[in-house]
Design a protein around this ligand. Sequence first.
Ligand code: IMP
Length: 431
Amino acid sequence: MTAVVGLQWGDEAKGKVVDLLSDSHDIVVRFQGGANAGHTVTVDGRQLKMSLIPSGVLHTGVIGLIGNGVVVDPEALFQEMEQCRDAGVDVEKQVRISDRAHLILPYHKAEESILEHQAEGARIGTTLRGIGPCYQDKVGRRFSIRVGDLLHPSWLRERLERAVAHKNRVLAAMGSEERFSAEALFETCRSWAERLRPYIVDSVEFLHEAVAQGRRVLFEGAQGTLLDVDHGTYPYVTSSNSSMSGIAAGSGIPARWVTHAIGVVKAYTTRVGSGPFPTELDNELGERIREAGNEFGTVTGRPRRCGWFDAVAARYSAKICGVDSLAVMLLDVLTGFEELAICVAYLYQGRELRTVPSHPDVLRQCEPVYELVPGWSEDITGARSFGELPERARQYLRRIEQLVGVPIAIVSVGPERSETIWVEPALVGRG
Ligand code: IMP
């Protein structure tokens, strides 16, 4: 059983790693997040933007399961199903959705939009997909609607009526003119029910049965450990456990069953949305990384904030997740830089910190302590083994490995599946 999780602030190109490993797995599971995630997968030069459906379904016969920990926006899901059908995926056979997953309703987006347009300091810079309000309702228990509720009309009607009455009161109190009709939403939910019915399963039973039959399961993390609601840079985080911690809760599979845990990092760092980012390069160098790496959000199109590799943050995340190996992505983006910097510590009020401080105000004041390493100018996109990389690229990778304290298993030198170096395939269950 394999898990792929991000060790930075998301967008580490986990989709490519999942795609590479999918052919040796039978089921790929999303366990948290929702349509806030965006995975761009390039297959035969064609770009596919996956959001809710695990990108593993692009492999014939692989089942993509949307686990109980995910918050599902049916409209986003239907669009993605269409895209998958166009790409030749047998959606009816390959996609399954947990009946315990919670639904994003239009009022969640309305609520979030108001909150995000508040004063600058209160903004999280979310993707505006209704993720936070939906998880709030889930934990609050009184108003959330689950996928399984769609199949129980009288229960659904009763819950919706209560939820909508409450939401309308909340919207009014927030100064919004917008109101929702329980009857109209009930009809919407009924049409969702008809379309989703063939895909809905008791995902816990489904997974345990599959495991008992010897099926191989791959967990696909969304966002990254630094956006985890418990372990990330709170409050500038997402509303789910986007580290390894989310797997057991979000799928019903015991965490101890995971045999290969892979932590994905970019060869540099990016962040979208608000919040502290010690190695951010708010200058020409950052712009150069953004252009070379095409660092614009998959979901929102927002330019991503770019900076040097932060070994303090990556080591912290690796510790939280207990990963066995690293996948270092987008190394080719750093080609052509004369000198590269790696953050090895933070300087806070004259003191050196070696881990990520828990308070955002402390992290905001941290200055990165850099180690400078020489860059390389050779095109590395054709390298297919570690030895084929230029000496300086190898030195850069070895230093990252040393500082994070986890061996590198995979290095990515381009978006295509073939543009991959399998440094230690055994670490990811290959060979
Ligand atoms: P939310 O998940 O939409 O509530 O957004 C909360 C924070 O997580 C914001 O800073 C978002 O930019 C960030 N975020 C959410 N999903 C992703 C992702 O897939 N990649 C990178 N950042 C994300």
